[in-house]
Write a new protein. Structure first.
Length: 299
């Protein structure tokens, strides 16, 4: 696999090997020696290894590498393995639970390109190597294809549960926060209710005071009565008062007989300067004509 970039060789080898698996339960192991990948298939692994609880390594990787190329039948701790070595690489391997018969040996030799009558005596068993003679690059997903599929489903379910739990937790927190804010709002409303009620009463009182002030914005009749009384000559007595829409009519007595004496005292005394005096049996009648502004303002 020299033509494939080094970082892609493992995936490419596993993809090619997956098409050769006899069943989904089968396990694979790929070991690299330079650019050459050596692959083993375990057709019927134990359950503990199948689900990934335990790891495994082919015993072939721990056996010594032969000094010369060719065929050898290697006695293992359990069973027998037929190997074909070319140019220092293991190009073919087959395991038997016991020493194969002549027919099985012949098929293996013929499939490997050798004379099926070739006499190759078994060798071994050997002492295991400390390190495998080829590099192992373990997959981060343990177990068989079925186990990996189960793991993928379990992982997907766990991820969905995690997302759902996070969403549910967020929803509960949001609902709790909303309830807390609602309670705080009710408390705040209860606290400010007296203030709002007092403010409303104050606004109503202010509007009423403004209305009353507008009624008293000009010169009142009582003030004009006081001004008239203060302007009369000494000894003159105000005996009657009548308010009409456009004028004020008063009657005085004990004053001068000449009407001009009464008119002259109100000259320049606005709004009482438009005055006329008329003698009457009871004394002197004074008529004050009011301006439009004074009429609107007076009570």
């Amino acid at each position: 696999m020299a033509a494939i970039p080094a970082r892609q060789r493992e995936n490419a080898a596993r993809l090619a090997l997956s098409a050769q698996l006899p069943s989904p339960r089968a396990l694979t192991c790929i070991a690299w020696k330079g650019t050459v990948g050596h692959a083993w298939i375990w057709i019927d692994p134990p359950a503990a290894i199948e689900i990934g609880d335990r790891t495994w390594i082919p015993e072939s990787l721990l056996a010594p590498v032969p000094q010369t190329d060719g065929v050898r039948f290697l006695a293992l701790s359990s069973g027998m393995e037929g190997q074909v070595w070319r140019a220092g690489q293991l190009t073919a391997s087959q395991w038997w639970p016991a020493l194969p018969d002549d027919a099985a040996r012949g098929r293996f030799l013929r499939a490997s390109g050798f004379d099926q009558q070739l006499d190759v005596p078994p060798v071994g068993p050997f002492e295991w190597r400390v390190e495998p003679w080829a590099e192992l690059r373990r997959s981060w997903l343990p177990g068989t294809v079925d186990a990996q599929e189960r793991l993928a489903w379990v992982g997907a379910a766990a991820l969905i549960a995690l997302v759902a739990g996070w969403q549910l937790t967020s929803l509960v927190r949001w609902q709790n926060a909303s309830a807390t804010v609602a309670r705080q709002l009710e408390v705040a409303r209860a606290d400010v209710a007296p203030v709002l009620a007092a403010r409303e009463r104050a606004e109503l009182a202010s509007e009423e005071a403004a209305r009353l002030m507008e009624l008293q914005s000009g010169v009142s009749d009582y003030e004009m009565m006081s001004q008239i009384t203060a302007a009369l000559p000494e000894g003159v007595e105000l005996v009657s008062w009548r308010r009409e829409p456009e004028r004020i009519v008063t009657t005085v007595r004990n004053g001068p007989a000449d009407p001009r004496g009464f008119v002259s005292v109100f000259v320049g005394r606005s709004p009482l300067d438009d005055v006329s005096a008329t003698p009457v049996p009871a004394g002197m009648q004074l008529t004050f004509v009011l301006s439009d502004a004074t009429q609107d303002a007076a009570l």
